[in-house]
Design a binder for this molecule. Structure first.
Ligand code: SF4
Ligand code: SF4
Length: 438
């Protein structure tokens, strides 16, 4: 069978053996939950509770701050302790609602489950919006906006991203094994918005068990199929996946909808099913804690608002002090310097390493080997872009299509000279984007 793939990419050690066989466990919330008001792209949510209010699990505590925004719901019952600034994963202090958990777990009254046959387009979108569903693959784009393109009749593919190409992470894999029916029903909710689309569940061929389970789950579904992709990083990057499955190209000025595609990750599709069919708001996310420094690597269903430290404690803590902590995986994640930060809708993992091999590596001059070019999925010249970034030459960086970088890190991974290509390119790309916005 021909495998779907794209040009470029790399093959890092996948490290999934730490947690791939660990079933998803419910994690009991701690004493204090912190809900950041900006945990999605767009306007921050606006609090609709005040200090001292009692709240129930599943209750809306912050309204969407605009069309491109999302409401936030409490994951526990308790009392609003404060509305104040709290630290986020990148170290900024941002507005947050702090709730003291009363450990009663009293829920807002549950809605009766609905049948998909009874739901029209407007109701589906309204339920997704009201439930606060956002892209949980990391971007945090409000899902009701993504699912409202200008011309829905032109959408031909709804791609469910089950590639999980990022090394070490296993939460999507576990979801496919444990919640296949929910994934298929969530996808059917999306397909109800796009009459001319087929649903494609995209999985890399290093996950044969997930492929088997999902193929079984889609049997008899006329508009849904499973597509098996070649195992290669960054197969799960949105543009690479669209290219691999459809052969269509997306650049930095386009949206997937411009080439007839919508892409949602596995956990988002589950959240859509819960919102549309079960009427449940998004108050938890599936999370991997992994790496050689963790005593008990695991996959958890984590209540939004819990701290990273509480997750590590539940996993038994560290074997010994790790040199490197990463929010996310080693290729696209970022270094963490503080664990007293809350889980948001877009947090997916903590990877903990005993050794910081990246910082230990000594940088040497470029040997013009071209490996970074061959590994780049965006067909760029990373060694040149890095030079322009190091010299602060924004014009040349722009002319060399620096904005087309998808920040995947494949160039750094490929480089025998250990040049910090991706970090420099990413920094210059952010500067260039900010300057274009002005
Ligand atoms: S230049 Fe950007 S897109 Fe290309 S390999 Fe490096 S990080 Fe990835
Ligand atoms: S991979 Fe490193 S050494 Fe090779 S061309 Fe690129 S920057 Fe130079």
């Amino acid at each position: 069978m021909a495998l779907y793939t794209f040009k470029g990419g790399v093959h890092p050690h996948d490290g999934k053996e730490f947690s791939k066989d660990m079933p998803i466990m419910d994690l009991k919330p701690g004493k204090e939950l912190v809900y950041l008001l900006s945990q999605h792209i767009g306007a921050p949510a606006k609090p609709c509770v005040a200090k001292g209010d009692r709240v129930l699990a599943g209750q809306k505590i912050a309204e969407a701050g605009g069309f491109v925004s999302a409401p936030i719901h409490a994951s526990v019952s308790g009392t609003v302790k404060a509305i104040e600034k709290r630290k986020n994963a990148v170290g900024d202090y941002v507005d947050a609602i702090v709730v003291t958990n009363d450990e009663a777990y009293e829920q807002v009254p549950e809605e009766a489950p609905l049948s998909l046959d009874d739901l029209d387009r407007d109701t589906i979108l309204a339920r997704i919006r009201e439930a606060g569903v956002v892209g949980m693959g990391g971007a945090g784009f409000p899902t009701h906006v993504k699912l409202s393109p200008k011309a829905p009749e032109k959408i031909e593919y709804v791609l469910v991203n089950g590639a999980e190409c990022e090394p070490y992470l296993t939460s999507d894999y576990r979801c496919m094994l444990e919640y296949p029916e929910q994934i298929v029903e969530g996808l059917k909710c999306i397909l109800k918005l796009f009459d001319n689309a087929e649903g494609v569940i995209c999985i890399e061929n290093n996950k044969p068990e997930a492929i088997k389970v999902m193929e079984e789950a889609v049997k008899g579904e006329k508009r849904i199929r499973v597509a098996v992709m070649m195992t290669k990083y960054p197969e799960g990057a949105e543009r690479c996946m669209i290219d691999a499955i459809t052969g269509r190209k997306v650049n930095s000025k386009m949206l997937p909808a411009d080439v007839g595609c919508v892409v949602d990750n596995i956990d988002t599709v589950i959240a859509i099913q819960e919102a549309v069919i079960q009427g449940k708001p998004l108050t938890r996310r599936i999370f991997t804690i992994t790496g050689d420094a963790v005593k008990n690597p695991r996959n958890y269903a984590v209540p939004v608002g819990m701290s990273y430290q509480e997750i590590i404690d539940d996993a038994g803590g560290f074997k010994s002090q790790p040199e490197k902590l990463i929010s996310g995986g080693p290729m696209m994640g970022f270094a963490l310097y503080d664990l007293d930060i809350p889980v948001t809708k877009t947090s997916g993992a903590i990877t903990c390493f005993l050794k910081d091999v990246v910082s230990e590596a000594k940088e040497t001059p470029c040997i013009n080997c071209g490996r970074c070019v061959r590994g780049c999925p965006a067909r760029l010249m990373p060694f040149k872009l890095c030079d322009y970034a190091e010299h602060g030459d924004m014009e040349k960086f722009d002319e060399a299509y620096g904005l087309e970088c998808v920040e995947c890190g494949s160039c750094s991974f490929s480089c025998p000279a250990k040049r910090p290509l991706a970090a420099n390119i990413k920094a210059m790309r952010r500067t260039l984007m900010a300057s274009k916005r002005k």
